[in-house]
Design a protein around this ligand. Structure first.
Ligand code: SAH
Length: 348
């Protein structure tokens, strides 16, 4: 694999630029990270060094396409990686914040039936640099509006790629300057990953894509549940809570007749209450491989009221980017894109 611009740690960059004084390495590092600059824009370092950086550290992401929605407040960016795989990230502007949703893998192995990425299958893990660069690109694209939040809710399962994801989280925090609580890892329930997260110091936010608090149903819609059933998931989350004292949130994409009954709300309440967890109700977005319709809007509000009466705090997530396939679970990079005249095929 090619080493790309954000793949190196600070000390590796320092080795690469052997002979350069410390302060120069710092200028390059800060320019690339804190200031989101392109090598050519590092005007405080000599031109020869700018050229060296340009040559030795090519970008990981080549822009393929950009699509906007919601009055330009949602911007989906499609990228090609150096080996041809395609990934997406989504920049979302809100009144009080700007959030980038990043991918952690090309494809996903979790195979959740209702998720577009899960329907495509797994290509490969992203590297730390490929993840960090998505945030830098979003910050560049965002211009005057500072990217304040990062959510790992794009393609892939971040906790199945912990070795690359965690250094990316640290870099996003330490070098891009985004607060730990404003970085959210979202997992379908990869228990070993939650256990590793429990060992880390940085108090990031954790969201768990629960969708059902019933093993029989969850086994069907989120197959990882067959390996880590609800009881195991709950154990891992209890240890996490004890160690970190951080609020948890549960995501619940509302599928008609699957997880939207009063009984389902009671199961959810029983599961969520011990964690004092916040529940995010997500209107289901249609995907090519899942025909069950989403719960209608009135019934989502009813479900929220039932949860409320059971003492569980729930909000209904605004559905950003649904018309550009950038909403949750719809990030499915096109199978084929003609770029530089060459069709790029996914492995099957
Ligand atoms: N693998 C991680 C992160 C990516 S998914 C995870 O599962 O959490 C980000 C969120 O979108 C998850 O909560 C996921 O369950 C949800 N999602 C997936 N498909 C969806 C769909 N079709 N409609 C609404 N939400 C969906």
């Amino acid at each position: 694999m090619v080493t790309t611009r954000y793949d190196l740690s600070r000390s590796e960059l320092s080795e690469l630029l052997e002979g350069e004084p410390h302060y120069r390495v710092d200028q390059v590092w800060d320019g690339l990270h804190a200031q989101h600059r392109e090598p050519a824009e590092l005007t405080n370092v000599p031109k020869a060094l700018r050229n060296t950086i340009e040559e030795l550290l090519p970008p990981a992401l080549t822009p393929v396409r950009e699509v906007k929605a919601d009055n330009d407040k949602t911007i989906k960016q499609l990228w090609q990686l150096t080996d041809g795989h395609l990934v997406e990230s989504v920049l979302m502007h809100y009144r009080d914040r700007s959030t980038v949703c990043v991918s952690s893998q090309a494809g996903c192995a979790m195979a959740c039936t209702f998720c577009a990425t899960g329907q495509v299958g797994f290509d490969r893990h992203l590297t730390t640099g490929e993840i960090v660069e998505q945030v830098v690109r979003a910050a560049q694209r965002s211009g005057e509006r500072r990217v304040s939040n990062v959510v790992f809710m794009g393609m892939g399962e971040p906790l199945a790629n912990f070795d690359q994801v965690w250094p990316a989280v640290e870099r996003i925090h330490d070098d891009l300057g985004i607060g730990a609580r404003k970085i959210t890892l979202s997992t379908v329930g990869v228990v070993p990953g939650i256990e590793r997260l429990t060992q880390q110091d940085l108090p990031v936010s954790l969201a768990v894509s629960l969708h059902s608090a019933n093993d029989r149903i969850r086994n069907r819609i989120a197959p990882i549940n067959r390996t880590y059933p609800l009881r195991k998931l709950a154990e891992a989350l209890h240890s996490y809570r004890r160690a970190k004292n951080r609020r948890l949130s549960f995501e619940w994409a509302m599928m008609a007749g699957v997880n939207d009954s009063e009984h389902a709300a009671r199961e959810l309440a029983t599961f969520a209450r011990p964690f004092n967890a916040h529940v995010n109700l997500i209107p289901l977005n249609p995907t090519p491989g899942y025909s069950t319709p989403g719960t209608d809007p009135e019934s989502i509000i009813w479900f929220q009221d039932v949860l409320d009466s059971l003492g569980v705090n729930a909000t209904i997530r605004a559905n950003r980017g649904a018309d550009i396939d950038a909403a949750c679970g719809q990030l499915r990079a096109e199978q084929q894109v003609a770029l530089r005249g060459k069709p790029i095929r996914r492995k099957t």
